[in-house]
Write a protein that binds this ligand. Sequence first.
Ligand SMILES: [Zn+2]
Length: 381
Amino acid sequence: MFLYILAVFFSVPSYGAIAPATQSNSIQLVRVSLGTHSKVFLNSIDLIANGEKIFEGPAYLDLRCTQNKYGENYFYLPGSQKRYTLVNLQSPSQIISVNKMPYRGTITLQASPEGCLVVNTLPIEQYLFGLINKEMPSSWPMEALKAQAVAARSYALSRIEKRKNLPFDVEPTTADQVYEGVKAETAKARQAVMSTRNQILERTGKVFTAYFHANCGGKTDTPENVWGRKEAGFTSVYCPFHKNKTNKNSWSISLSFDQIGAALRKISSQAKSVIKIARLDTRPEKNGNRQAQVLLSDTSGRQLEIPAAEFRQALGNTKMKSTIFELDQNTKTNEVKIRGQGYGHGVGMCQIGAKQLAILGKTYREILSFYYPLAQISLLK
Ligand SMILES: [Zn+2]
């Protein structure tokens, strides 16, 4: 059991930083944030901390990451009087469990005012082992899984380049890509990763941010249309697999104007000025099949324009599944039914479409060039 000792007379080591993942001996590493926790339970075998063996055999560590009354952030490892602000843990077994979830690679703990930031650093191919089955069911055709592996590898690399100065490269959620470590691995997911090993999408010599989504609803979209920011290399493509009911992914949600107002106020400073919604209108994209804006009119006659992607985010991306929608509102009861189809932002590869192309006998290369026609498959340098 961990013993918390207030040994304030010891000097606290300087606040460390988690080194960016680098490419050494041709192995590209990726740093995945496992969140910030005030308590962390770790277990492994023959645990090594900052290069020093601290446990022979099974190790169970119950850590508390708290701030003392002097505002100092640090933690102790069981059996040690040494204060840590940053520790890198590894095991010859290559597996360390964090809060009962096993991960490959190393685990870094960094003390912060909010608790311990836990980061899992591992080779990118092993990261993909624990990701593919969370992003695309392993029951789907192998060529679709391989296309997913190349897209996910490219996306991760683009984040590594972008977040060099941050303590981690990716989050293990839909904010980036869903990753759940060893528990999520399947033989098919590993096969899809290893048979496309080191393959990425590139454009003009640079790694391509290969966004993907579950269901485009009939046409993919561009970052400019969806997020209002230009990113070269994307084009909208017709995806001919959404005519039948299963692939249409129709959805609907019913909400009151008050619920929508409350949800919008949480994420939009503009919406804070809107007291009571009186009606909602939509403005479609000029050259797409999605809504671009939602127009909010309040009871005092003020109007506010909210980007449709922000409106979706406010209501919850898993509830309001896409920005392909129509509003059916009742201004007497102040309620609205939102009916839509598709799932996800719509940029890049449509996963349902990738599955259908694979069923038709297309290779992963053909699938990737269908959804990313302006990018090329290349090898990780
Ligand atoms: Zn599609």
